[in-house]
Design a protein around this ligand. Sequence first.
Ligand code: KDG
Ligand code: MG
Length: 408
Amino acid sequence: MKITEVRTIVTCPGRNYVIVKIVTDEPGLYGVGDATLNGRELAVATILQEYFAPLLIGRDPDRIEDIWQTLYRGFYWKGGPDAMTALSGIDMALWDIKGKRAGMPVYALLGGKTREGVLAYTHAGGRDFVEVEDAVRQCVEQGFKVVRAQVAVPGGAGTYGAGGRMEAASATWIHGDGGPMPAIERWEPSPYLRVVPNLFAHLRATVGPEVELLHDVHERLTPIQAARLARELEPFHLFFLEDPLRPENREGFRIIRQHSTTPLAMGELFHTRYECLPLLTEQLIDFIRCDLGHSGGITEARKIAAVAECYQVQTAWHGPGDIAPPTHAANVHLDLALPNFGVQEMVFFPEIVQEVLPGAPVFRDGYLEVADMPGLGVDVNEDLAAKYPYQRAYLPMVRRADGSVHDW
Ligand code: KDG
Ligand code: MG
């Protein structure tokens, strides 16, 4: 069996997605993967088409590890989010082919199910505590046992990821004379540090102790600020506090750990196992949440999970709306097989995305399921995808009250 074509499909059915379709010389046998990197879609598409695709033509798609090593270690300049996203899309498509060829779902190839369903969480946000409370209640009614809660910060322009249940973190198009420009959000740590513990006090008082709650800091704090927040959140027993620090400052997690027992999660901005290592081996986090679409696909995530397992760290792979259904499906196939799975982030895709990219996991009573069909169970409708051409879009940018730039 040989790879005959690597197709890159860029489409925007509401937001931009980059899809990889790997075609083989076996009639009708192809694999589909996701290579979407929010705000850098065309850079990844160029890496796929100009650098990776020519190396794949004629290769045996069964040799996933060898192809992975070729596209990572084979290059002198390796890694980075753009190349790792391209590699992730290829990796998923190859696992899809392997499953289809074997007549087995990918989770079966990964060792088989260790659980019947995948515990899922989604987002509840609002402009004030009552709106967040209502959103959490709606999630609970829908069956969610774990909910992420975000509230707008008083005085801050922008929603800080608190735009509602189906929050679309990146779909910000502002058309100026030069085309779309990023929205600017304002950020000050003091109001944020005051409002978040009060939000969780309100939620525990109103929705009770049973629903598991978590919160995403979006890497905006300094180590000592994050330590204060983690300590002040202790009475509210968070499932985890996510991404308290920038990914560059892994040492800072030691300071948070010294001050608090609030469980910590990190990893959506990591691209390889090497970035995860110190947080795992020093037991500085409790959940590792790499993005399968940005860190090397199923092949790399399995290895990260295996190291995490040694330290009783559980997985919580990134699952927002800005990665396409094939990554969400890959998440759930891996979650079903992993012994140290923790929780899975998910979104409900709009109907049009489900038509262009069928096969997203299905949510039922708190858990995610994938269809019991060979491969990842995903596809791409290329004719429909072509009707939604790429549109340049930016994530919001963040500035302090004095006008200086801050991390998003
Ligand atoms: O592109 C940025 C989003 O993926 C990010 O804001 C989502 O932090 C996120 C999350 O936890 O889903
Ligand atoms: Mg996050």
